[in-house]
Structure formats: C-alpha cells, structure tokens
Design a protein around this ligand. Structure first.
Ligand code: NOJ
Ligand code: CA
Length: 601
C-alpha cells in the first residue's frame, strides 16, 4: 500500500563537509561553512541534508574512522557549531541526518585502546585473534586468516601490546567492532540516542550490512584457528575477499531490530538509510518493510557495479543501458509492495555521474547529459539523493599523477597492484584511478570562478586540501543559480515536480522497451483504488523518456504506442529541450541527443 511517510516525498542532499565550504582558511571545509550555505540549499529545494562524518577523528579515511562519537573534530568546528547548524537548518525547514559509522571505530577510540588489555571489560569489543598456529606472531604469514582489507594489505593487524591480531575490513586504523558483544551494542545505542536527543533527524548508516559476520557454530571466523568454514580463495594480489562472509550475516536482522527498539521506537519525524553492500533485492524488501522494524531504506550498489571489470573496479569496462535498466529495475520491483528505494548515481565513493554515464566532450553535451541523468534517476520511485556539486554538473577531477590523489584507497591500491603484486602497469592503474577514484567526487565544491572556486578565500593561508578542478571557470554555482537553462535550475524543477505531483513519489513504476540500448523509458501510475483518495492523481499517468546517448534515437515501440494520439506541449511537464522542440521530436518519432522529458498521459 501507499503508506507515504514524509521521506517518500523528500529529496536528500549529501554534504562532504571537508570539501564543501571553508571559513577559517585552513583549506578544509567546516561546519560554519555549511551553515553559511544553507540559503543556497533551501533555494535548491531539498528537504534533508546528510553530513558525511564530522566527529572527532584522526582523518585516516576522512572521518570514517571515529575516535569520539560524541564530539566534533576541531577541523570541522565544535559541538556548538553543530547546534547552530541544526537550529539554522531547522529554521529553514531542512532536516539533518548524520553519518553513523559503527561497523568500526578508529584505533584511537577509547574503546579500542581499552580493548588492547585482555583483562579490560572492553577486551571483547573488537575481533582479536591469536597468530596462526605454528607461526611467530607479527611475522608474514602469521595472520589468523587470508582475508585482505578493502584498502590494501591484510585485514589483520598485529598489536604487540596485546600479543594478538585485530580484524579490520577497511584500513588498519578502522578496527571492526564485535557486534556479538551486547554491552558494545548498548553503548552504540546510547550514543545514537544522545544525538537524536540533541536534535538530529536520523542517520545514514555506513556499511551497516557488515556488522554481523558469518561465524561457525563455535563463533569462530572463517579460516581462523579450528574454524569449520573456509575464508575463500586467494586472488592474484595475495588475499581472499572477506565480503561474502562479512555481509548480511545471520544476526543482521536481530541487531537492526534491537537498534530500532532501543533507539527509534516512539520517535517521529526521523529517517534511516543503510549503506548495504551484499544485500539482494529480496533482503532489501525485508529490511525496509516497515513491518519488520529495521531501516527505512537502503543504498544498493548493483547499478554502480555495471562498469566494473570482473577482477576489480579499477579495470573499467563499457556499460550497457540495458544493464542499468535491469539493476535499477530489480531494486524498483523488490520494493514495489513493501519497503522503499533510495535513488542515486553519485556519492563520495563514486566518480561523478556526468563523467561516468554522461558526455563531457562539449559544454553543450555535458549540460544536456547532466540534466537527462538527473531526470532519469529522480523520476524513479524512491527517495532521491543529490551529492554536492551534482546539481551543477560537476565532473571528475582529471588527475593524471598519483601525487594529486589524497584518498587512502586509491593510493594504497595503486601500490598494492602496481608495486607489490605487479598485476597491472602504473599507466593502467592511473587510468583506472582517473575513472574510478573516490577523489573524483571529493574536489572542492565549485561556488564561483575565483582562484579556489569560492571554497576557500584567495588569501587563505592554506591551499585546499585537494586540488580544485580547473573547470570551475565554466562550472560553478554563481553562474547557474539565476540561469533558467542551467543544470541547477533543472534540478530545482525536478525537486518541485516531486513535491507537487503525488505520482512522482508514490506512483507505480513500469519499465517500457526493456531491450532498447539507447532509450530508457517508463511510466509512473497509481492504480484506481489508490488514486481514489488522491484527487490530483485520478486518471493520471506519467511517461518518462530519456535518450541516454549523444546520438539521435528512435522513440521505441512500446513508448510510441503509449504516446499514440497525444502530442500537446502542455502535457510536457519537464524536458531537457524546449517544449516545442520536444513536441517536434515526438511528431517525427526521433529524439535529439540526451533529450529527456516527463509527459502527462
Ligand atoms: C563506506 C563509506 O562510504 C566509505 O567512504 C568508507 O571509506 C567506508 N564505508 C569505510 O567506513
Ligand atoms: Ca576550515
């Protein structure tokens, strides 16, 4: 049914605070910087801000390594800066969601430091294991199993003080918390309640589907000690992948339901979204079905994998529009009856969508494709997420040398693949980074065409922490906010459409012409019994058509049949071209490059 909670009509805007707005000239974005830009965000029309982590952190992984959950990193400001941001956002009707990183902490967190003592009550709050039998602890090959870290090297780090190894799926400064320990879980829930009581409106939960590991009957991790399970095959870089045995583990539902009871029951007006590697569509429905009291929605990554090579994401392969339809379609259908989808191309871990799925070869095609991709994604059923700068059509960074990168994943994986394992040449890995590195989306927000794009003052004592993209001269907010033809203005209209037309948020999604490799088309409609209560929706159906290519495209058969006798300009609610141009396209049955429109049938 159409339960239609507030976040079903909402658009979320993700802020990567380090790269958004610097106010004190240290080259890093900060909380007062976000507060100073709230009017811009309100003008864009979004409803919710999601802040990537701003907690106290050694910044090994740009804040995804938290050393104190209940404090703000001095680099970003203070707790009172946070209170002020919350108050100012709420005043403008904007909600604020924080990043919750509880699969792991920093190794500098007090809990981890305490757990290094086997007698301490925190001894069991992380995954500590002895060296492999018959090996000298701390020597190569003595790691408890063959798992590799996603950020390079073994997933095990030896601690001489404790005389044991700890498990870390991400960097060695991000030890995995042991969710099997109930006292650890209660500490996490207490921290979450503390933030909600302070006034935040929910959480985006970092790799939350990794918190329950697939252990054997004795609680042992695969391949460790006398474990009865295998850690999986070792790949060309010398490690096996912990993924399959650390995702969607047997106690995930239990932990999420417990969290719901301890934190969210009895609260209203909040939202939760879980980052969900390894979650199948069936599990997606279960976890987001309100009847199961887990999470409101999940980020699935099937569609962002379609251009990854079979061995790694760094070996980029051409993607097919039919694969995008299949993967997004699976997510849409999974939650058609119950549950809810989140809609995104970009975030701080993905390259920029206009560079990846669009066309940046000319200014004209860049603008057209940025709009077409926005329309494609936002017109699906679910809650759309905009990543800072996406609303301007910001592009990839264009880095050509390793020393331009800051991201530990990019740098570590370069060394592991090129220098250590020798599975790829330096040139090829740099090409892989140019296409896929997370730094592509982390360059400073382009506010204007000033020396540092308005991200930091021109006289600032420190340069931005990562180079500004030189295309800030062409692509920036100052030139777009008042230009009706800009990508920014197009996003404004898309958001308005969602807010004003119930079909956009609630309508059923049905794909048309699934085999077409150029045109992505679908309808959004409400069945009579649902539309009955909602006056504007009665008898209405939206048709969404996107030429996702830089070549002209024929309107495919099913879409053409639906359009039938219609061709009125007043039925075009939004188009990447002028209304009369789109009407003309429909008359001849041929779409221009990146022509995309919403049509009321
Ligand atoms: C997913 C986050 O989005 C990413 O940026 C981070 O590096 C890892 N989780 C580890 O926290
Ligand atoms: Ca700063």
């Amino acid at each position: 049914g159409n339960h239609n909670p507030w976040w079903a009509n909402a658009v979320v805007y993700q802020i990567y605070p380090r790269s958004f707005q610097d106010t004190n000239g240290d080259g890093c974005g900060d909380l007062p910087g976000i507060t100073s830009r709230l009017d811009y965000l309100a003008d864009l029309g979004v409803d919710v801000l999601w802040l990537s982590p701003v907690y106290k952190s050694p910044q090994d992984d740009n804040g995804y390594d938290i050393s104190d959950y209940q404090d703000i990193d001095p680099m970003f400001g203070t707790l009172s800066d946070m209170d002020r941001l919350l108050a100012e956002a709420h005043q403008r009707g904007l909600k604020v969601v924080m990043d919750l990183v509880v699969n792991h902490t920093s190794d500098e967190h007090a809990w981890f430091q305490a757990s290094r003592d086997p007698q301490d009550p925190h001894a069991d709050w992380y995954w500590w294991r002895p060296a492999k039998e018959g090996h000298e602890p701390g020597t190569p090959g003595a790691e408890p199993n063959s798992w590799g870290s996603y950020f390079g090297g073994s997933a095990w780090e030896y601690d001489p003080q404790r005389g044991e190894y700890y498990f870390h799926q991400f960097s060695k400064k991000q030890p995995d918390l042991n969710w099997e320990n109930p006292r650890m879980r209660q500490a996490v829930y207490a921290m979450m309640n503390w933030w909600l009581d302070r006034g935040i409106d929910g959480f985006r939960m970092d790799v939350i589907t990794l918190i329950s590991k697939h252990v054997d009957a004795d609680g042992e991790l695969p391949g460790v000690g006398r474990s009865t399970m295998s850690a999986g095959p070792v790949g060309p870089e010398g490690y096996s992948n912990p993924g399959p045995l650390c995702q969607d583990g047997p106690r995930l539902d239990e932990f999420l339901q417990e969290m719901h009871r301890e934190v969210f029951d009895g609260r209203h007006g909040y939202m939760t979204v879980g980052e969900a590697p390894g979650i199948s569509p069936v599990r997606d429905e279960f976890i987001t079905n309100p009847a199961n009291h887990e999470l409101d929605m999940l980020f699935l990554f099937e569609h962002t994998d379609i251009d990854h090579g079979p061995e790694s994401k760094w070996d980029v392969v051409p993607w097919k529009l039919t694969d995008l339809k299949k993967t997004l379609g699976r997510h849409q259908r999974a939650v058609a009856q119950a549950g809810w989808a989140s809609l995104f191309f970009d975030n701080h871990d993905q390259p920029r969508s206009v560079s990846r799925w669009g066309d940046t070869s000319t200014d004209r095609l860049r603008v057209l494709s940025a709009k077409a991709l926005a329309l494609l994604m936002h017109m699906h059923r679910g809650t759309p997420y905009i990543y800072q700068g996406e609303e301007l059509g910001m592009t990839n960074a264009g880095f050509t040398r390793l020393d331009q990168y800051r991201d530990l994943e990019s740098i570590n994986l370069y060394h592991q693949r090129v220098d250590q394992a020798g599975v790829v040449s330096g040139e090829r890995m740099l090409a892989g980074l140019a296409a896929m590195s997370r730094d592509n989306s982390r360059t400073p927000m382009q506010w204007d065409d000033g020396k540092y794009a308005g991200f930091t003052a021109e006289y600032a004592p420190r340069e931005p922490w990562i180079p500004v993209n030189p295309n800030k001269d062409q692509i920036n907010a100052a030139s777009q906010v008042r230009d009706p033809d800009s990508v920014f203005s197009f996003y404004q209209r898309l958001i308005e459409l969602r807010h004003s037309d119930v079909l956009v948020s609630a309508g059923e999604w049905d794909l048309l012409d699934p085999e077409d490799e150029q045109v992505y088309a679908f309808t959004r409609s409400l069945p009579a019994e649902q539309a009955a209560g909602i006056k504007e929706a009665e008898g209405h159906k939206l048709l969404v058509v996107v030429n996702a290519s830089s070549r002209p495209a024929k309107v495919p058969a099913q879409t053409r049949a639906l359009l039938g006798g219609h061709a009125g300009a007043d039925q075009i609610l939004l188009s990447t071209y002028k209304e009369e141009e789109t009407t003309a396209s429909l008359l001849i049955g041929k779409l221009s490059p990146w022509e995309a429109f919403v049509y009321r049938l």
